[in-house]
Design a protein around this ligand. Structure first.
Ligand code: PEP
Ligand code: MG
Length: 757
């Protein structure tokens, strides 16, 4: 046994050591604290000056997640590819490595931010489970230490324990942890919204050599690299979209001046004279600058430091690959929109990215005064800054939605949320262009019948569409969306905040809040219940709300609080029986009484409604209508239950048409009953947003239609070109004389009457 092994006595005390590691694994501290304990225990046990854990973050990327001995600032900042440097080589080959003189190994590369250049020897082992590399465990020593076989075996034993920890998803950076949708809040630094794939900005460049024999060669290399960087900056700054005068130009011109700073070049040449390579000299001047400015709070000086970091990264990239441009963007494979993820960024780094597909920038640090923000605003690129935990939550390649207007980024949003978002973006583009002219015109038929066109809203982003489309109000606010996009259940104050923003955005226009419609096609992470064999028919929506009254109570409490003095409409989804409605209503009544007792400001007017989306309610119309202030037909669900055809199953959705005699007869009966009981009726399913569907509905008496933003313009155009009484006659005739689909009849009518469809 070597002295080191005898000294740490792993052979004798192995059980004690493993027990200590297991204790750390089982304790309840934060993941990072536990990881840090492990590096310090292993480091001490191995008599190593450095012990670090690198964790696999995606297919071929490793991240320094904990270290004892290296610069702590490098944690979560140093990223390397498989195969890159010695650590990357250990991961790529899935084999242990022990070197007494690591720096002379051809694969050696050091990452300046880690400060590892002073360590001569290195031993590293892959952290593996079931043939998969989960990370790398490394120890380093200043002296040229010869690690013995026994020591490597010891390290491998520790790696096995660590593997259990990583594979169980206990620690930060572990792969299982990062597949759920997450919403992170941040500060809007440059407005706008975007959707794209996460691309990690990776400015740090590995340095292969530190010491040089020939200063003249190094100075020439530095000079050439500096020339290339300057000319690259000139090219970047001459981009036409940056040409206009403004704050961003001042920022960029200052940046250019720093690149020409003679004092900086002199300091780096002096370092070369002292025996450093060009890249080590660049790194030395960065370390000096960080030491001088690192702790200053003055925002102006902090931004100078960011400028400087940007230039340093450029120089290092240029020196690492003297053939290249010296940009730091890295390669982006796909031709699809992407969102850059970074801790912070210099003003020109953003310019290295291809702007045709750049959908946004999210920064763990970074504030509205950051230079990169000023440049991003000029380029109309949304930026969200100050997002704690961002880098450890995102995986490269994740889908991201940046919603800088509402201070949030959605990581790994579900397909549904992505679709709504894309639909929203499309709507934005469409409404802007084609229907701008109609925005302020009434949705009135040629014979003077007014049709209310309302908006279906889920994402905060949709709220902007109220003004953009000229919708009369919000006919359906889907309250489950804030639940779907997060891991936990939002508490009363978080919900109040959301609902208040909805009411503020509506600024006096009516808003109908639908209480939580969880389950079925709307999966909420926080309720991880067994969906059953038939989720659409199972424990969902109001059924969950009445079984968990606190959920409904909190939601109603938040809506009442948010409304403070404003009128609101509230409705319950998926009501199947009037008894169910009564139970939910009693929860509302209790909340109203409580609010009165507390002296809270009540809504100016509270109207209570029910959705009709379960067929059974259509046979309780007199009973339900005597209880509600209004009814809202959810045709999506009503159609799926009516035809027994899963709304999410493409094989059956097109087979059963809503614009067909049986379904429209049911809808007509509902409309007639509402007229008889003098109760307002809205329809808020997808059919309201299709031109033919809307025509059929208007013809059978539906004069309040709620739809996605993209549909408001087209439907208004259709409404304004039709004659209501003609349509009414047509619909009565079709429902008496036809069977099955009637879309073609409606299309023919539209053609004959020059109605756009
Ligand atoms: C509906 O079912 O028609 C409806 C509007 O609700 P959702 O689509 O949210 O289920
Ligand atoms: Mg529904």
């Amino acid at each position: 046994m070597t002295a080191a092994v005898e000294q740490n006595g792993f052979g004798r005390n192995s059980r004690t050591m493993l027990r200590r590691l297991r204790d750390v694994m089982a304790d309840t501290r934060a993941p990072q604290e536990r990881l840090d304990s492990i590096t310090s225990i292993i480091g001490a046990d191995m008599a190593a000056e450095v012990c670090s854990i690198y964790v696999r973050r995606s297919d071929n990327l490793l991240e320094l997640c904990s270290t004892e001995g290296l610069n702590k600032d490098a944690v979560h900042r140093t990223l390397m590819h498989f195969g890159e440097g010695l650590v990357g080589d250990i991961a790529a080959r899935a084999q242990s490595l022990a070197l007494s003189d690591a720096q002379s190994h051809p694969k050696f590369a050091y990452f300046p931010e880690t400060g590892e250049e002073i360590y001569q020897s290195l031993a590293g082992v892959p952290v593996m489970r079931a043939d998969r590399v989960l990370g790398v465990l490394v120890v380093q020593n200043r002296s040229r230490r010869q690690y013995s076989d026994e020591e490597i075996e010891t390290l491998e034993t520790f790696a096995m324990v660590l593997a259990e920890l990583l594979a169980n998803g206990v620690l930060d950076g572990q792969e299982n942890k990062h597949d759920a949708p997450v919403r992170l809040a941040g500060q809007s630094v440059a407005p706008g919204v975007g959707i794209g794939i996460a691309h990690f900005h990776r400015p740090s460049t590995a340095i292969r050599r530190v010491v040089a024999d020939n200063p003249a060669i190094e100075k020439e290399r530095l000079d050439n690299a500096m020339q290339s960087v300057r000319s690259r900056i000139d090219t970047l700054l001459s981009a036409p979209d940056l040409a206009e005068a403004g704050e961003h130009r001042d920022v960029l011109e200052t940046f250019r001046m720093i690149a020409h700073d003679r004092g900086w070049l002199t300091r780096m040449n002096d370092a070369i004279d002292n025996g450093l390579t060009a890249e080590a000299a660049v790194q030395r001047s960065r370390a000096d600058m960080r030491a001088r400015l690192g702790s200053v709070q003055n925002p102006y000086l902090r931004e100078r430091l960011a400028d400087f970091e940007d230039l340093t990264n450029r120089l290092l990239a240029q020196l690492a690959d003297e053939e290249e441009n010296g940009d730091v963007a890295g390669s982006i494979d796909d031709d699809q929109p992407y969102i850059v993820v970074a801790r912070s960024m210099g003003p020109a780094e953003l310019l290295d990215y291809d702007r045709t597909h750049l959908a946004g920038l999210v920064l763990e640090e970074g504030s509205a005064t950051a230079h990169v923000a000023i440049v991003a605003r000029a380029l109309d690129i949304p930026v969200l800054g100050n997002i704690p935990g961002l880098l450890s939550e995102v995986n490269p390649g994740d889908h991201l939605i940046i919603d800088a207007d509402n201070g949030q980024v959605l990581l790994r949003p579900t397909e549904d949320v992505q679709d709504s978002f894309r639909a929203g973006l499309r709507a934005q583009a469409e409404t802007k262009a084609r229907y701008q002219a109609l925005r302020d015109q009434p949705a009135r038929t040629l014979d003077g019948v007014d049709i209310s066109l309302l908006l279906n809203v889920g994402l905060m982003f949709d709220l902007q569409q109220l003004d953009a489309t000229g919708a009369e109000g919000i006919g359906l606010y889907r309250t489950e969306i804030p639940f779907i996009v997060r891991r936990d259940i939002p508490d009363v104050s978080q919900q109040t905040d959301v609902y208040r923003r909805v009411l503020d955005a509506a600024s006096g226009r009516p808003v109908t809040f639908r209480t939580l419609d969880a389950g079925g096609d709307k999966h909420i992470q926080a309720f991880d219940h067994d969906p059953g064999d038939n989720p659409a028919l199972g424990w969902r929506s109001i059924r969950i709300s009445v079984d968990h009254p606190s959920l409904l109570r909190n939601q109603i409490r938040a809506i009442l609080r948010a409304s403070a003095g404003k009128p609101v409409d509230l409705m319950f989804p998926m009501v199947s029986t009037v008894a169910e409605f009564d139970t939910a209503r009693s929860i509302l009544d209790r909340e109203l009484e409580r609010a009165v007792r507390r002296g809270d400001i009540l809504p100016a007017k509270l109207r209570l409604g029910s959705m009709l989306e379960v067929p059974s309610l259509a046979w309780q119309l007199p009973e339900i209508l005597s209880r509600v202030d209004f009814l809202s037909v959810g045709s999506n669900d009503l159609q799926q239950f009516f035809f027994a055809a899963d709304r999410g199953d493409q094989r059956v959705t097109h087979r059963y048409d809503a614009v067909s005699v049986p379904f429209l007869r049911l809808l007509r009966d509902i409309s007639n009953a509402c007229k008889k009981h003098d109760k307002p009726l809205t329809l808020c399913g997808e059919m309201a947003g299709s031109r033919i569907g809307a025509m059929a509905l208007i013809g059978i008496g539906y004069h309040r239609l709620s739809m996605a933003a993209a549909s408001i313009g087209p439907i208004k155009e259709t409404v304004r070109s039709l004659n209501y009484s003609d349509l009414q006659v047509l619909m009565s005739r079709l429902l008496e004389t036809q069977e099955g689909r009637i879309t073609d009849h409606l299309k023919a009518f539209a053609r004959d009457h020059q109605i756009p469809t």
